[in-house]
Design a protein around this ligand. Structure first.
Ligand code: SAM
Length: 289
């Protein structure tokens, strides 16, 4: 029997009837119905035969099918029990497909990688993410320092713009700096609402994060860098001096002013004016006092 075209709305309706499945809005279920976008995601990820892939939220297996065709191994993490029989049936002809049942935010990804993958070839995360947890998933993938070379994911367009934003722009914030500390982001394609079933309320984009082997700047204490960034953007309308002074870090104004002078940064600067490099300099300077 030839493979079912899972991106066809007619086939999705048949599956809904066969299995009595219902879309869950709270699990961010918007399934892809456009083969062209599926190919763009896989082409963007430059999937090779030697690649080992983690997919978050396979749904009924639409993107998964294409990943299984192109890669050596695909491990897909899905939370919705109602999808397990559907996935197992739809992907039964691929012996390189492995379903992991559970919540991606609770799964230990380092253990998953050592359980399923070997040391040959690259590991890539490729997914159409559930939008209600986009940022926690991205931050988990980056902060837990798992052995991943590339992350290629569909996200809300607004979040993609924030991830790749530069200093001095309205989209620039703590997420931009965190993502750019660990990786080089690049938007692959903007995606309209009509390639999903059901249609989401927001526009989307596929973003690629090329993960650095080591973070791009050197800081003595990574956690402290992120505390400074969080405090600075927590009060983004204030100058950095006032934001850091009135935050829980409670750094004295005169100390921040002398650190900014030392780092050649304008004492009137706000968080949104500062680059990752400047945040790193400020962090190292505070730590050295
Ligand atoms: N990959 C499919 C596609 O493109 O058609 C489905 C993508 S849909 C936007 C997001 C998927 O993530 C759904 O299948 C949903 O059940 C799953 N999901 C939601 N929360 C999850 C979580 N915490 N852990 C794992 N999967 C989750």
């Amino acid at each position: 029997m030839s493979e079912r075209k899972l991106y066809s709305p007619r086939v999705i309706k048949e599956i809904i009837d066969e299995y009595g499945f219902a879309f869950s809005k709270s699990l961010g279920q918007n399934f892809l119905i456009d083969k062209n976008i599926i190919d763009k995601i896989c082409d963007g990820a430059e999937i090779k035969e030697s690649d080992q892939i983690i997919e978050v939220g396979p749904g009924i297996g639409t993107l998964t099918q294409e990943l299984c065709k192109r890669a050596r191994k695909v491990v897909a993490i899905e939370i919705d029990k109602n999808l397990y029989p559907i996935l197992n049936d739809n992907l039964s002809s691929y012996d390189n497909f492995h379903l992991v049942q559970g919540d991606v935010l609770k799964i230990d990804l380092n253990t998953l990688i050592s359980d399923y993958f070997d040391n040959d070839g690259e590991i890539k995360v490729v997914a159409n993410l559930p939008y209600y947890i986009t940022t926690p998933i991205i931050m988990k993938l980056l902060e837990e320092k798992i052995r991943v070379n590339k992350i290629v994911v569909m996200v809300q367009k607004e979040v993609a713009l924030r991830m790749r934003a530069k200093p001095g722009t309205k989209d620039y914030g703590a997420l931009s700096i965190a993502v750019q500390y660990y990786s080089k982001p690049q938007i692959i394609v903007n995606v309209p609402k009509n390639v999903f079933m059901p249609r989401p309320n927001v526009d989307s984009a596929v973003i690629m994060l090329n993960v650095y082997e080591k973070p791009i700047v050197k800081v003595e204490d990574e956690k402290f860098l992120f505390k400074i960034i969080k405090a600075a953007f927590g009060k983004r309308r204030k100058t950095l001096v006032n934001a850091l002074n009135s935050s829980q870090l409670g750094i004295a104004k005169e100390d921040i002013i002398s650190i900014l002078n030392e780092c050649n940064i304008d004492v009137k600067a706000r968080a949104e004016d500062l680059s990752l490099d400047e945040f790193a300099k400020i962090t190292n300077s505070i730590l050295s006092k």
